[in-house]
Design a protein around this ligand. Structure first.
Ligand SMILES: *Cc1c(COP(=O)(O)O)cnc(C)c1O
Length: 410
């Protein structure tokens, strides 16, 4: 069993150790929820202050030109692109994830007018399920949404399938899907592939280019640390740009927004998918948050992520044998950057941990979820968190009646 001194030694030779100083973290707290809301970074503090004090504060309306606010969604997309293996001009930062999914789903259905089926994962994130059902309903023709067991996808693939939408890393279990393999199978029947990268971006290395996907969208506030409600991003393969239409057009996606023309004409490239005014402060926060990623590589992040998740799983199993069902896959190729432990009293366990300074979250009905984020977590944090978990279980602190009623946000 790995002991605390060994963890201290691992931290001492961790190539990412210095990046922890880029984050605002509270002494005595172990933050294992960066998969839900990443912490504030110094880059974000700096950029947001700059936007408020100078760009907005001094420049006022002039900053649309002088600070290039109009191009921020495109430029930030270019900054984010390497994290998903995309190239310049293929990523837009705007809106939030559910809205971006709506745009891609709505546009995709127009690209396959003779096909009637959209497939998604029955255990997909609920927002994804709601929006795909709504976009199918609004398509103006008969579209059937099939919510399936994702492992049986091949049984459903035929020439009536227009679009398949999967989330790459399962938000509950942390299981990671085979992006290239699934995309190839979907393309083999002439359907389009949309990947939700909410729990992948900034968490695992991604290569949307070599996986040959059509579309993707993801979150800015999870592993990217862009702040609560940060804008998300969307990727459109170059072959679909100028072809995929934005079903929610607005003035800032027009080819000439300041000509105030009564009829819509789409701007070229990714700008076509802009609808409204960019949220400049929020873009600033995300812009600053991406700085830290430029001081490392996702390959390096992945090495540490797997080491941290391996360590967490092995410590839990050794100290608390049989107490939890570890639902996150052991196999590295199938694992994102979180560990999910199933337990009937999961809610109380997570609440008892939070009271003791270990911040994870609970996902109904019975998952304790711990996001392990290599940019700012140390091996010793994982060690200490598991010791506190052991203490909770041994003392039955999780059974306290205070934890019977769930809070609004779990
Ligand atoms: C977090 C998350 C969402 C929610 O995104 P919003 O930006 O709040 O719309 C949707 N889908 C998945 C898979 C998520 O993890």
């Amino acid at each position: 069993m790995t002991n605390r001194d060994e963890c201290v030694a691992l931290d001492a030779r961790d190539p990412l150790a210095a990046l922890r100083d880029d984050f605002v973290l509270r002494e005595g707290e172990i933050y294992l929820d960066g998969n839900s809301l990443g912490p504030v970074s110094k880059g974000t503090q700096r950029r947001v202050r700059e936007v408020i004090d100078h760009e907005w504060g001094e420049g006022l309306i002039r900053s649309w030109n002088s600070a290039n606010w109009m191009d921020a969604p495109i430029e930030l997309g270019n900054r984010l692109a390497p994290l998903i293996g995309a190239r310049e001009g293929e990523v837009l930062v705007a809106d939030t994830l559910t809205f971006l999914l709506a745009k891609i789903i709505g546009g995709s259905l127009e690209l396959r007018p003779d096909r009637h089926v959209v497939i998604t994962d029955a255990v997909n994130f609920h927002s994804d399920l709601y929006i795909v059902a709504a976009m199918a309903r609004l398509a103006g023709r008969d579209i059937i949404v099939k919510t399936i067991d994702r492992d049986t996808l091949v049984d459903y693939l035929d020439d009536d399938v227009a679009l398949v939408m999967f989330t790459h890393v399962d938000f509950r279990t942390g299981e990671m899907l085979d992006m290239a393999g699934i995309t190839a199978a979907v393309h083999a029947v002439g359907a389009l592939m949309l990947w939700d990268l909410a729990h992948s971006t900034g968490a695992v290395p991604l290569d949307v280019t070599s996986a040959n996907i059509d579309f993707a969208a993801g979150c800015g506030y999870k592993y990217l640390n862009g702040g609560p409600g940060a804008p998300g991003f969307m990727y459109v393969a170059p072959r679909w740009q100028g072809v995929l239409r934005n079903p929610l057009p607005g003035w800032l996606g027009h080819a000439r927004p300041f000509d105030f023309e009564p009829t819509y004409e789409s701007a070229p490239g990714m700008r076509a998918y802009v609808t409204s005014s960019p949220s400049v402060l929020a873009l600033g926060a995300l812009d600053g948050a991406l700085e830290v990623f430029e001081r490392t590589t996702m390959t390096e992040v992945r090495v540490k992520s797997l080491a941290l998740t391996d360590l967490f799983i092995s410590l839990v199993e050794e100290a608390l044998p049989g107490v939890f069902d570890v639902v996150t896959p052991r196999e590295h190729t199938l694992r994102g950057s979180q560990v999910a432990l199933r337990h009937e009293q999961g809610y109380g366990i997570v609440q008892a941990l939070i009271e003791r300074g270990v911040i994870g979250d609970f996902r109904a009905p019975d998952i304790c979820r711990f996001g392990l984020t290599p940019l700012y977590l140390r091996y010793v944090d994982v060690y200490d968190a598991v010791q506190i978990l052991v203490d909770v279980m041994m003392s039955s602190a999780h059974l306290d009646e205070r934890f019977i009623v769930r809070l609004a946000v779990t």
